[in-house]
Design a protein around this ligand. Structure first.
Ligand SMILES: [Zn+2]
Length: 232
């Protein structure tokens, strides 16, 4: 049976997997030539209402608000925009167009890679999804978009696209969660809290066996790089 993945990554590992320096926006239409990326959150204080259905394979993802910059207003009181004032499509609009193209038979469903924020700096790769529908919902104040995504069948082939994720997957998620807790979300050498990697103490190439909490630790990017220099 199909099941949503739950591979834990640090923020840095997520960015590396997508070949970007930073990943700020929740919706990223065609971040990659062959797929889009969304960042979801089911945390209590999350700015948007995202959820996984009880069927375990369907995600409902809320569209994004009008941007806050420019003038004084509350985006949470305004309808989510499909277009900018210029007429150009927003991220909402691009995802809607992909749904419509799919429904009209012009394209297969847009492939969307989904990450979920688990804790500050800790993300979970949920896998690849087909963007199959959207709806407009009145949330009590204004209209919002809700996108419907269903776990895709292409998972196996899609995974081989990303070497980084392949590598990082070797450390089981339970181990990463434990390590994150134990190390307090900081580089164990300098206390840095940004750009962290899960570091495997012994390189696999030297027979570093595995994968217990004992030989995995959190390192910042700088210390991670220094370490790989020494190994060369
Ligand atoms: Zn460090």
């Amino acid at each position: 049976m199909k099941k949503i993945q739950d591979d834990i990554l640090s923020y840095r590992e997520m960015c590396d997997a997508e070949n970007v320096q930073t990943l700020q926006r929740g919706m990223n239409y065609r971040l990659n030539p062959s797929y889009s990326v969304i960042l979801m959150s089911q945390r209590i204080n999350a700015p948007y209402q995202d959820k996984v259905y009880e069927d375990g394979v369907t995600i409902e993802y809320e569209g994004h608000d009008v941007s806050k910059s420019g003038y004084d207003h509350n985006p949470k009181n305004e309808d989510q925009p499909e277009k900018y004032p210029s007429g150009r499509l927003t991220q909402n609009g691009r995802f809607i167009k992909a749904v419509n193209d799919f429904k009209e038979g012009k394209h297969p469903p847009e492939l969307v890679k989904v990450y979920e924020k688990v804790l500050p700096g800790v993300w979970s790769l949920k896998g690849y999804f087909d963007l199959i529908d959207y709806k407009i919902v009145h949330d009590g104040k204004r209209n919002v978009f809700r996108y419907i995504l269903e776990l895709s069948d292409i998972e196996g082939t899609a995974d081989s696209r990303s070497v980084n994720v392949e590598h990082t997957r070797l450390i089981p998620s339970e181990v990463k969660r434990e390590v994150w807790k134990r190390d307090g979300g900081k580089c164990v050498l300098c206390g840095e809290t940004k750009n962290l990697h899960f570091d495997h103490d012994l390189p696999f190439s030297r027979g570093g066996t595995s994968l217990s909490v004992k030989n995995v630790r959190l390192l910042c990017m700088r210390h991670n790089l220094q370490k790989s220099d020494k190994i060369e």
